[in-house]
Structure formats: structure tokens, C-alpha cells
Design a protein around this ligand. Structure first.
Ligand code: XMP
Length: 321
């Protein structure tokens, strides 16, 4: 539409003016926001943009391949992939507080970008960091005037104080639906533009309790099953997103075969929303819930119970941490 193309023109001009003949790094998460931010910056400065995909070990199954394949195929952008799984796991060891997790993850992202900047020095000076920060991220991190800090989004309230990069945030005033329209205008494929939101801190804020490699593996398996069944049922466009949460510090008694189990619950959190500022819990068909529950309890060891979150936002937030 006219308004979307004028947003694109305006932002491309602003980015070109801000970066001048400099170079920029953009952290790609696989999600819509960072993909659209990167595509805008690419339009403004071409191959003086290098995208960095950080595998922090908190990703869902298949995420890394999707970025490497879909986004690069669509844009031809320069992409560097960093395996930072150990770094993040070490930094998160022993941490259970949600805000502390968010700040550690935000900081470690920046440390990885700083390392990438040093590695790219031979090409030139990468002084700018592109982020796909949206308006709701800013508001909920307490960045708007008179707003409370609900939670520190990794790319806003989670940034370290000694940040050396100059930030480029072309989506800072936009909501998700506008970002999707900008993405389509820029020619990004539907597989990227229509993706459901997934938070930068990933599965790290969906394990209630300490984040460990084993727990991540458990949650990744449960999440893959839930997503597979929701997609098979044709529900992807109906729900905004469906976080799958592992209550790692809770155990309950169950029975399987002829034995007692003492495992962890998995929470399904399907929500419907326009902009993530408010949300309603999605009334999923019982047959779909049943299939997800049966498969998760059968296929994922350590999990013996599946529960459904029926809380709207407010009073709940979408993510549990
Ligand atoms: P909440 O949990 O605040 O989530 O209701 C609102 C939306 O934001 C996503 N979310 C994040 N996205 N970095 C992100 O990129 C973050 O730190 C973050 N925290 C929450 C969440 O998935 C939902 O779509």
C-alpha cells in the first residue's frame, strides 16, 4: 500500500543518512522483526551489512537451518553463524530469576556481536548494530515515558551499559502487523513474514528454573511436537503464538505402563492477539489438545503431565518469564 511503501522509503533514507559510508552488523534471530530490519538496512547500505546468526543453544528445533536457508535465499545477504551454545549455557548456570536471565542473555548477545566485529575488522569498521526492536518491546521494557518495566526485552532493557555500538532500529515505532506489511513490501517470503513471534531469549525464558542442556533438550522435543500438531491441524494462522513451557522445578506423580513416574509438567500457552500488548487464551479444539498431550507424554521422557494455560494478558503475560 501507499503507506507501507512510504514507511519503507522513509526508513531506508533515514538508515542511509545514519550509517553514511559505514558498516553494520545485524543480529538475525530467524524471526520476522530482525529479518525485516536487516532487509531495510540492506536496501540502504547493500553489502556493507553483515548479518550474524547467534546459535545460543536456546533455539527450537530447525531454527538455524531455516535462517541459513530461507533468509539468505531471499536476500543474498552476507551471513555469519556463530556457535555460542557453551558461552550462553555457562553464563546462565545457576540462574533462576527471570530478569537476571534476560539481562544475561542480552549481554551475551552483545559480547558475541563484539567478537564478530573484531573478526570482521579486515573488511572495515563495523560500528553500527541493527536490531529489530518494535514499539511494544520498548514499552514493556519501561522505555516509554511513564511506563512500568514489565520485563526487560533482551534487545532493550537487557543491553549492557558499556555498549560500544551505535544502534540502528528502524522498526522502533512499529507494531508487528506493520512490520509484516513492510516485510512483504520488501519482497521477503511468506515463510518469514508470517512466522509466529519467538522471543530472542528463546527457550531460556521458557524453562522455569535453571537452564541446563538436558532441560533444553526436553523442552525442544515437547515444543516440536506441539508445533507439528498445531500446523497439521491448520491452526497456525489462527493463533498468535503458542509458547511451550517446562516447569523444571516442579514434579508430579504419574503412572505409565505399570510403573510410577515422577516427572515434570509441560504448559501449553496458546494465545490470540493483535499486537502482543494484550492477548486472550486461544480456545484450541479438544482433539488437538489431546493429540499434543498424548504425544508429549509418550514421546518425551521426563514429562508426565501436560497442562493448559487459560490466562489472558493481562493479568498474565504471554511468556512465563
Ligand atoms: P510478553 O511475555 O511480554 O510478550 O507478554 C510479548 C511478546 O514479546 C515476545 N517477547 C520477546 N521478544 N525479546 C523478544 O524478541 C524478548 O526479550 C521478549 N520477551 C517477550 C513474546 O514472545 C510475545 O510475542
Amino acid at each position: 500500500s501507499w503507506t507501507t511503501s512510504s514507511i519503507v522509503d522513509e526508513q531506508v533514507a533515514k538508515i542511509a543518512a545514519q550509517i553514511g559510508d559505514g558498516r553494520a552488523i545485524c543480529g538475525l534471530s530467524g524471526g520476522v522483526d530482525s529479518a525485516v530490519a536487516a532487509a531495510l538496512v540492506q536496501r540502504a547500505i547493500g553489502d556493507r551489512l553483515t548479518c550474524v546468526f547467534v546459535d545460543h543453544g536456546l533455539l527450537r528445533a530447525g531454527e538455524r537451518t531455516q535462517v541459513e536457508r530461507d533468509f539468505v535465499a531471499a536476500t543474498g545477504v552476507n551471513l555469519v553463524t556463530v556457535d555460542a551454545r557453551e558461552r550462553f549455557l555457562n553464563a546462565l548456570a545457576g540462574v533462576t530469576d527471570p530478569e537476571q536471565k534476560r539481562k544475561i542473555i542480552g549481554r551475551e548477545f552483545i559480547r558475541v556481536f563484539e567478537q564478530a566485529e573484531r573478526d570482521l575488522k579486515a573488511q572495515g569498521d563495523y560500528r553500527f548494530l541493527v536490531q529489530g526492536t518494535l514499539y511494544p518491546d520498548v514499552v514493556e521494557s519501561g522505555g516509554g515515558e511513564g511506563t512500568a518495566n514489565i520485563k526487560s526485552h533482551h534487545n532493550v532493557g537487557g543491553l549492557p551499559e558499556d555498549l560500544q555500538f551505535e544502534l540502528v532500529e528502524p522498526l522502533r515505532l512499529l507494531f508487528k502487523d506493520e512490520v509484516r506489511r513492510v516485510g512483504l513490501e520488501l519482497g521477503l517470503p511468506e515463510t518469514i513474514v508470517q512466522r509466529q513471534p519467538f522471543p530472542g531469549p528463546g527457550l531460556g525464558i521458557r524453562i522455569i528454573g535453571e537452564v541446563t542442556a538436558d532441560r533444553l533438550e526436553t523442552l525442544r522435543e515437547a515444543d516440536a511436537i506441539a508445533r507439528e500438531e498445531l500446523t497439521a491441524a491448520g491452526l497456525d494462522q489462527q493463533i498468535w503464538q503458542c509458547p511451550v513451557v517446562l516447569l523444571a522445578d516442579v514434579r508430579s506423580v504419574g503412572v505409565q505402563g505399570d510403573g510410577r513416574t515422577y516427572g515434570h509438567p509441560i504448559v501449553l500457552r496458546p494465545v490470540s492477539s493483535e499486537d502482543a500488548m494484550t492477548a486472550d487464551w486461544t480456545r484450541l479444539p479438544y482433539e488437538v489438545l489431546e493429540r499434543i498431550s498424548t504425544r508429549i507424554t509418550n514421546e518425551v521422557s521426563e514429562v508426565n503431565r501436560v497442562v493448559l494455560d487459560v490466562t489472558s494478558k493481562p493479568p498474565g503475560t504471554i511468556e512465563w518469564e
